[in-house]
Design a protein around this ligand. Structure first.
Ligand code: GAP
Length: 442
């Protein structure tokens, strides 16, 4: 829907069990969210779609699951300890905290309205600190950080992966996992949160081939979103200008999505040069060069990174899928998810409970569970049950009725067109698979 408001999504997410505020019964925790029964299904489906695309597609990419807690030196080498900061000011009266680059420092405090109450601008590091081991909590030597990105776990394992898997350049390492940033501005729901998930892939290649691979990954990443059913006119590229480009990066582009609040970053594609492995070589004292057996050369590979937010992808998918339409004077809310990521794929609905129809429907639903995430619903009128499934984006509803008892056929009702077709129970799987493959976003 073109003029979708964030509030509409937030309320649907809570009402239907996609996203809840963390610790809500205690008043909530700013910038932290829980993913409910449908939200966790949707998030897992988006993650699996990405993971399969990366590790089971045409490219030579292996997976990794590195730890959230890492050696402190990792973040010194990466530059996060000294540079991963936002400029901030506090209001001395109400203690509210603001990004100095996002407010007018000569104006009144946006929270309490007092003037001239801001502190000097300070650099605020976004990494969460914690302590490890049995040393006293205030001892600096025990300080470590919750990772602010998953990428560094990949860089520090580069040599392990090459040695154990005998990978030859070019190849990639993919990883999905939690990241943590003490964000000061956390508005816009889950868009920018303090605890979130990333899906990152680092592509290691020979210096000199990096520009070609950079173009290759840009093309692949944008077409990936079309494959996932995202509307193409809601996606665009944004190239980093000189002020945005990290000092070590050769080139960087963001894929932006037209979110309800604005066009905003969804994923970054970066040419990181050989900076990361060079830094880890310096700080660890370990040789992280790659030995090319064919040419006998030794060099530090260049890295092309594709870095997407998983939780931000979930917000994008929900924004893209949300639609409202008028059906016979009634508002129909429908989430037009691509069937490959819909939280519930098939709902089985008995027309009535009596005369053995509910039992038959339960048997059909149980049988389908091995292939699809299913739902079973026997309450309220059938029309209302269809609407419930529309609102959570279930692409296929299967209705079991009196004819089913006679001839083993069912009605399949399609979410987007609301069309109904009669098919044999034995054909349900092949019918769904055919419909999935011809799916087009309306
Ligand atoms: N390793 C590179 C890196 O982390 P980034 O641009 O800082 O780059 C990559 O983050 C992606 O992670 C972003 O495009 C966004 O989708 C997601 N992301 C970053 N910070 C986030 C936050 N606070 N909440 C949710 N997603 C976030």
């Amino acid at each position: 829907m073109e003029d979708l408001k964030m509030d509409t999504l937030v309320s649907l997410c809570k009402r239907k069990g996609f996203v809840f505020q963390s610790s809500e019964i205690y008043g909530g925790l700013n910038g932290v969210y829980d993913y409910g029964p449908l939200g966790s299904l949707l998030k897992n489906n988006i993650r699996d779609f990405w993971w399969n695309e990366m590790t089971r597609g045409d490219d030579n990419i292996v997976g990794l699951d590195s730890s959230i807690l890492m050696h402190k030196k990792v973040w010194e080498a990466s530059g996060h300890v000294s540079n991963f900061t936002d400029p901030l000011v506090d209001c001395k009266v109400c203690k509210s905290r603001f990004r100095a680059d996002q407010i007018d420092l000569n104006a009144a405090c946006p929270t309490c309205g007092n003037k001239g109450t801001f502190t000097d601008v300070r650099k605020f590091n976004l990494m969460f600190k914690t302590n490890i081991g049995s040393t006293a909590a205030d001892d600096d030597s025990s300080v470590i950080y919750l990772r602010p990105e998953t990428a560094q776990g990949i860089y520090v394992n580069f040599k392990n992966v090459v040695d154990s898997m005998h990978e030859k350049l070019p190849f990639g390492i993919a990883q999905v996992g939690k990241s943590f940033r003490n964000e000061i501005t956390t508005k816009n729901f889950i868009f920018r949160s303090c605890e979130f998930e990333q899906m990152e892939m680092q592509w290691f290649c020979k210096p000199g081939s990096d520009e070609e691979w950079f173009d290759y990954w840009r093309r692949k990443r944008i077409s990936y979103y079309s494959k996932m059913g995202i509307r193409e006119d809601h996606l665009r590229w944004h190239q980093h200008g000189p002020d945005e480009l990290a000092f070590y990066a050769k080139d960087a582009y963001d894929i932006q999505y037209k979110f309800p609040m604005d066009w905003q970053e969804l994923e970054g594609v970066h040419n990181r040069t050989n900076y990361d492995l060079t830094q880890h070589t310096k700080f660890s004292g370990k040789d992280l060069q790659y030995f090319d057996q064919e040419t006998g050369e030794r060099f530090i590979p260049y890295i092309i990174e594709t870095s997407a937010g998983l939780t931000r992808n979930l917000l994008m998918v929900l924004s893209d899928a949300y639609d409202e339409e008028d059906v016979d004077g009634d508002k129909r809310v429908v989430l037009r998810f691509h069937p490959c990521i819909a939280p519930i794929k098939v709902a089985v609905l008995p027309l009535v409970k009596k005369d053995g129809i509910a039992d038959k429907a339960k048997l059909i639903e149980k049988d389908l569970r091995s292939s699809f995430k299913t739902d079973y619903d026997q309450n309220v009128a059938i029309g209302r049950r269809y609407r419930r499934q529309d609102e959570i984006g279930t692409p296929y509803c299967i209705t079991v009725d009196y004819d089913t008892m006679k001839d083993d056929t069912v009605t399949v009702r399609l979410r987007d067109s609301m069309k109904q077709e009669r098919i044999a129970i034995s054909e349900i799987r092949s019918y769904i698979s055919a419909k999935d493959s011809e799916y087009k976003r309306v």
